[in-house]
Design a protein around this ligand. Structure first.
Ligand SMILES: [Zn+2]
Length: 381
């Protein structure tokens, strides 16, 4: 769901800061809207007081400078999550800024409600502290009559951080408020599945509200901010659903190794076996998409049912299993002790099968169908 790629712009506190191309769009949007706001501020003042205030291009420069400070504030928010994570033994490799904000890539999942709470609360705390600081500066500038060039940006920076802080504490997963809610229910009930379900429902409710707000803005106020809110609402909806699914998956595969669920007793096909024998004696007897091929007892590859279908029947007697076998690769060979969650992602997205080999000997096979049946039964059970 989250982008990982982009241009590395900095390394802060040992964390790579990456800018995803979609971020440029939101940066431009904020810069232009701010420039437009400043233009109106400055021109309004100009009517009263000659040339005292910057005009024309300066409002755009000021707009983009303010946008840069906005995103620096967002980055500080993300960094605070990351620093708390790191203090609790969760490594953070990179923070990516993209169209909907920032996301930190964690080396592993949070495993206690206490850590989840501390991590989630850090971001809004920093954002509200920034809002408070800008507000103090704003009030100071206002009382000193510092003029709109100083007062206007401080006003916008205060409002921006207040908005980001309030938005993030909405009680819907995956927003920070939803994580706080999940941590609280998790702590109270000890049931991560239930906590995630409730926080995800919160996330979907928040998403519906944001989409509603987006539609309202689109019609009544500013179409661009309206569309952005609408899209962000849909994104939150999707995220909260997939977060629940992710948690179920995680719980279903925790502490399970490939050896626990692999299929054993699968016949190894000798490389010299003709394709006719392969079809008549092996594939007809075993309902599997692939079968392991061995040569002198050692596993050398797999034959896939779908590969045979592409070979003309007249050649079946001429070819043997060794000729048509797919070679083994680091990705398709695992040991029985390999943890299921390590191979989960590749198996659900790309790999059809894994060969389980130990000490050069075939122990079993794990197919995607088997894996999904196992997960389904665990999730339902
Ligand atoms: Zn946050």
């Amino acid at each position: 769901m989250f982008p990982r790629t982009g241009l590395k712009i900095a390394r802060l506190l040992g964390i790579d800061i990456i800018i995803n191309p979609t971020w440029l769009f939101i940066f431009a949007l904020v810069g232009v809207s701010m420039g437009e706001s400043y233009r109106m501020v400055f021109e309004g003042i100009t009517l009263i007081d000659g040339n005292r205030f910057p005009q024309g291009p300066w409002s755009w420069v000021a707009g983009f400078l303010t946008a840069a400070v906005f995103f620096a504030c967002l980055l500080a928010h993300e960094l605070s999550h990351s620093l708390v994570a790191r203090r609790n033994g969760i490594g953070i490799n990179r923070i990516t800024l993209f169209i909907f904000g920032g996301v930190a890539e964690m080396s592993k999942d949070v495993d206690s409600p206490g850590v989840e709470f501390k991590m989630a609360v850090a971001g809004p705390l920093v954002t509200f502290a920034l809002a408070g600081s800008f507000m103090v500066l704003y009030l100071l500038a206002y009382s000193l009559d510092a003029g709109p060039v100083v007062i206007a940006p401080l006003f916008y920076l205060t409002s921006f951080n207040l908005f980001v802080g309030l938005f993030n504490i909405l009680p819907g997963f995956p927003l920070d408020g939803g994580r706080i809610l999940r941590a609280a229910i998790w702590k109270a009930t000890g049931d991560l599945k239930k906590a995630t379900r409730i926080a995800s429902i919160g996330g979907q409710a928040v998403a519906v509200l944001v989409v509603g707000g987006g539609v309202y803005f689109m019609i009544a106020e500013s179409p661009l901010s309206g569309i952005w809110l609408l899209v962000i609402g849909l994104f939150i909806f999707q995220l909260s659903r997939s977060a629940y699914r992710q948690t179920l998956l995680k719980l279903a595969t925790a502490d399970v190794s490939v050896g626990d669920i692999m299929l054993t007793g699968v016949p190894a096909v000798d490389a010299s076996t003709s394709l006719t024998d392969l079809v008549n004696h092996y594939f007809s007897a075993y309902d599997l998409p692939v079968l392991p091929v061995t040569s002198a007892g050692a596993p050398v590859g797999v034959v896939a049912r779908e590969d045979l279908a592409r070979i003309d029947r007249s050649e079946w007697d001429l070819l043997n299993a060794g000729r048509v076998a797919r070679p083994l690769s680091d990705e398709t060979v695992v040991s029985p002790g390999t943890r299921l969650d390590e191979v989960l992602k590749t198996m659900l997205s790309r790999l059809e099968y894994l060969l389980v080999i130990e000490d050069g000997e075939l122990r079993g096979i794990l197919t995607r169908g088997q894996l999904t049946r196992y997960i389904d039964s665990r999730i339902k059970g």
